[in-house]
Ligand binder design. Structure first.
Ligand code: AMP
Length: 539
């Protein structure tokens, strides 16, 4: 693959159509021309500071965050989004590890910069739209408005395909999160494979539902700007009423985690024909319940719906399945298949010794091809553990369990780490969830194994939000189709379920809630679960 730059297509759009709307974010509408002007100014500055070639971006859902990301790319650097919700110690540890050349922050990011964090931060901190920052170290902050002391960079730098394009951190079960390094070449392959089926056009109005620390944002930003379309970024507040946003902004392309469908359905608002403007809806990141997908499609009479699958480690996604009539359903799960792989990617299903399983048998999903990432930043052992050389090829082991049906379509059965032992019985939590969803008649559900001692759980505990059925009715319905060991011994009815930073239902937070309940250490001093179970209070 030849050299190129992730911001190149954007710069060409800006040259040809400077007046077109590029970004609508935080109450501002920014044209391609204006965005490119800000980006090239900042890029000139970042280039003048280049040493490690890594630029941190502490911000999200703001013009500053997008200017920072695009300027890092334009200047030939790697962009590293840092999560605003991380605790200070995590930010400090990661900044020490990353040796950033500069940090671009938005207003929210700037407000987080305590003296302690500033001590670990790079010397150059840029707040593109303002200068209000860091009284502790006056004179350090720089902004576009104040006029940078460097020349704008008129054209994006050339990048080698194996150069790291971005580092995105995934949660990591213990200790520090894992910084997935994706090369510019992998992203270029991803964009090439994704462009034909998404077919974004200048008149498209894409919706950004996630933070820039989630790699769905990579898809949205780069494909949108390549097409000359506009990206409409939702604030966290607007995420509480997504239907209103779609209608008010006449959004044509939607992409989010499936949990959002459950949230809208819970309010009873997801009516047929609700979203006439949507032509493409994409769901990713969690199992997609068929009923939820069908309800969404009915709401988009002029649209199609795609379920896409992939881990951050293999560049956003590499499989997809359109919702058809009848739908391609995963056996016994009432969820949509994850479909077929991109033609450039190879899929294998492996047993615990990394040997292919027999046809039709479930195994760990492994991915091979040009989208497979470089590894985890500064974590060679972890990289060696998950990125393996098998029969002369480099594979990423996803930790997902799946099977391939006779038609060659892949199905997702859950995470290997959600395979638990309950009193010696092996149980897949996602399988229990499928029955729970059916029994409760809602999508906002989750099951955890709890309590766990010496690697074996004593039982299952389920959580349900928004169901009109009682725990007894749900248990009874589940008992009709599941063995005793798979019936939750407690079902807590909540108003809402905790979501992780990417909007997925957060099982770890649910376990923490049970732990708090058991030890009596509730952060708010009140008994959350008790209240939620009986009175229906939000977590
Ligand atoms: P992330 O790296 O945060 O994007 O998370 C990737 C993980 O999300 C995958 O390894 C799967 O466990 C899960 N995932 C992604 N897409 C889907 C999907 N369409 N259906 C079920 N699980 C999915």
């Amino acid at each position: 693959m030849h050299n190129f730059n992730l911001a190149l297509a954007f710069s060409e759009q800006a040259r040809q159509h400077p007046e077109r709307l590029a970004l609508a974010v935080a109450g501002r509408e920014v044209s391609y021309g204006e965005l490119a002007r800000q980006v090239s100014l900042l890029a000139g500055f970042l280039k003048s500071r280049k040493r490690s070639g890594r630029i941190g971006v502490l911000g999200t859902r703001s013009l500053d965050a997008y200017v920072g990301i695009l300027a890092a790319c334009w200047s030939g650097c790697t962009y590293v989004p840092l999560n605003l919700k991380w605790p200070a110690q995590r930010l400090i540890a990661l900044m020490a590890l990353l040796e950033l050349d500069a940090l671009v922050v938005d207003e929210t990011g700037a407000a987080l910069l305590t003296a302690e964090i500033l001590a670990a931060a790079p010397r150059d901190i840029v707040v593109p739209q303002s200068l209000a920052l860091a009284p502790e170290r006056p004179g350090q902050a720089i902004s576009i408005r104040s006029g940078l002391t460097s020349d704008p960079m008129l054209a994006p730098a050339q990048l080698a395909p194996d150069q790291v394009g971005y580092v995105i951190f995934t949660s990591g079960t213990t200790g520090l999160p894992k910084g997935v390094m994706i090369s510019a070449g992998s992203l270029a392959h991803y964009l090439d494979q994704t462009r034909p089926w998404t077919d974004y056009r200048p008149e498209d109005r894409l919706c950004e539902t996630c933070d820039v620390t989630f790699d769905l944002s990579v898809h949205n930003l780069f494909l949108c700007l390549k097409a000359g379309a506009s990206l409409h970024v939702m604030s966290e507040l607007e995420m509480l009423a997504p239907a209103r946003f779609i209608r008010a902004h006449a959004v044509t392309v939607w992409m989010s985690v499936p949990t959002v469908i459950g949230l809208i359905r819970k309010t009873g608002a997801l009516k047929p024909g609700l979203f006439p403007s949507l032509r493409l809806s994409i769901f990713c990141g969690e199992p997609l319940p068929v009923q939820a997908a069908q309800a969404w499609l009915a709401a988009t009479p002029n649209g199609v719906l795609e379920n896409i699958y992939g881990p951050t480690e293999a560049t956003v996604i590499c499989m997809r399945q359109r919702l058809t009539d009848p739908p391609v359903v995963t056996q016994g799960r009432d969820i949509l298949a994850i479909g077929r792989p991109y033609v450039t990617m190879e899929i294998a299903l492996l047993d615990s010794s990394q040997q292919p399983v027999a046809p039709g048998i479930a195994g760990e999903i492994a991915l091979c091809g040009p989208q497979v990432g470089i590894g985890y930043f500064g974590q060679p052992e972890l990289t060696a553990d998950r990125f393996r050389e098998i029969n002369g090829k480099r594979w990423y082991l996803t930790g997902d369990i799946g099977y391939r049906d006779q038609a060659g379509v892949y199905h997702h059965l859950g995470r290997a780490d959600n395979q638990v032992k309950v009193k010696g019985n092996r149980i897949e939590l996602e399988e229990v969830d499928a029955h729970l969803r059916r029994a409760a008649g809602v999508e906002l559900i989750a099951t955890v194994a709890w309590p766990t001692r010496h690697g074996s759980a004593e039982g299952l505990v389920s959580f349900v939000a928004g169901s009109t059925r009682t725990p007894e009715q749900i248990r009874e319905a589940m008992a009709a189709s599941l063995p005793r060991s798979m019936i939750p011994r407690a079902i807590h009815m909540l108003d809402s379920l905790p979501q992780n930073v990417n909007g997925k239902i957060d099982r770890r937070a649910l376990i923490a809630l049970l732990e708090e309940q058991a030890t009596g250490h509730s952060p708010g001093g009140s008994d959350h679960l008790e209240a939620a179970t009986s009175g229906g209070r939000a977590l």
